[in-house]
Design a protein around this ligand. Structure first.
Ligand code: PHB
Ligand code: FE
Length: 339
């Protein structure tokens, strides 16, 4: 996504510092060291190890879930706040440097003091994550695609899919379809779940003297042709107000931990959200959003969404500078409305 592309375009010098092993003689996959973390994969699982209380601790994540989560973390430039790959592993963006953690935002592991956090300069962790994605994604697996639209992530190393993992650089400056801005998606097919979406574009009739200054496009048509899932792309920019619509199918591959309030508008179909405490993961709420529903996600929670049929969601982000500090200091309450 284009949300934080300045961060994703990290200097490539860090590439030289990526600590990768030779390919494993049986599986073909490389292992990676990042500080005291070690990341490896086999035919089914990504394995992450870290030191805590004098021992090496480990955690397994199914390879498909891991690659889907890492794809989002890389494409979003570590996003706003926390990107939890699951209930144990995740990243915390400090905008310039990034924490990688294991168990630190899991109430039980934290209390048992078997958690671990290490901070990295953004270019190094980005280069390492990109190298892992390149090495661990096989030719037939697309980590952005819905499960029914890709083949398996499992098995031994077989080719790569660079085209799929590099396709995230849609950088809308103002609106898609404007001159010198991101293209409309006329070259992409309508998704199977959106066959009923009207494909007409609006007619623009400018008054005399305003020719070339007005623009409009059909957002429903645009979204019906999205070939990726769970990837909010900036589609209008008005100062700090970013509209980031996205199409959703199956499960959001991460639990996003907010460092600001964000708003969801359900544009079509249904998404169910699990909402949990940001710090320890304890469940807080479950929300079913139907077309037209609007929901504010507070600044102190994590959330993960489920969508059986491909759906359209508008994510409204606030890019006002210093919001995390203003929430942390208590100047702003974590929810936008006092009921
Ligand atoms: C979010 O964290 O708010 C989010 C992320 C990806 C999506 C939708 C929402 O596709
Ligand atoms: Fe979020």
């Amino acid at each position: 996504m284009a949300m934080l592309e300045a961060v994703t375009d990290a200097p490539s010098l860090a590439h030289d510092e990526v600590n990768a092993s030779a390919p494993h003689p049986v599986t073909g996959y490389r292992s990676f060291k990042l500080g005291a973390f070690e990341l490896s994969r086999d035919e089914y699982f990504a394995r992450i190890t870290w030191p805590a209380k004098g021992q090496t601790r480990s955690h397994l994540i199914p390879a498909d879930a891991f690659l889907r989560a890492m794809m989002r973390d890389v494409a979003w430039g570590f996003f706003y706040g926390w990107v939890n790959f699951d209930h144990v592993i995740g990243t915390h963006n400090h905008y310039g440097n990034v924490d990688l953690y294991a168990g630190t935002f899991n109430g039980v592991l934290k209390a048992a003091e078997v958690n671990y956090t290490e901070n990295f300069e953004t270019p190094l962790i980005m280069a390492t994550f990109k190298a892992i994605l390149r090495d661990w994604t096989n030719a037939v697996f697309d980590p952005f695609a819905a499960p029914q639209e890709t083949e398996t992530a499992f098995g031994r190393k077989k080719g790569d899919n660079i085209e799929a993992i590099e396709r995230f650089r849609i950088a809308t400056k103002r609106m898609p379809g404007l001159k010198d801005d991101s293209p409309l998606r006329d070259d992409l097919p309508v998704n199977r779940h959106f066959a009923d979406v009207n494909q007409d574009e609006p007619e623009v009739h400018a008054a005399d003297g305003f020719e070339g200054q007005l623009h409009a496009f059909s957002l429903f048509k645009y979204l019906s042709r999205s070939d990726v899932t769970w990837n909010p792309s900036v589609s209008s920019v008005c100062q700090a107000s970013l509209f980031c619509p996205t199409t959703e199918e199956f499960i959001l591959p991460v639990f996003h931990g907010n460092d600001r309030v964000e708003w969801f508008l359900q544009m079509s179909d249904v998404i169910v959200w699990d909402v949990a405490d940001k710090d320890d993961g304890n469940p807080r709420a479950r929300i079913t959003m139907r077309p037209g529903d609007i929901c504010a996600m507070p600044a102190d929670i994590r959330h993960q969404g489920y969508s059986t049929k491909r759906s359209m969601l508008m994510v409204w982000e606030n890019a006002t500078p210093n919001l995390p500090q203003r929430y942390e200091s208590g100047e702003l309450t974590p929810y936008p409305i006092e009921f």
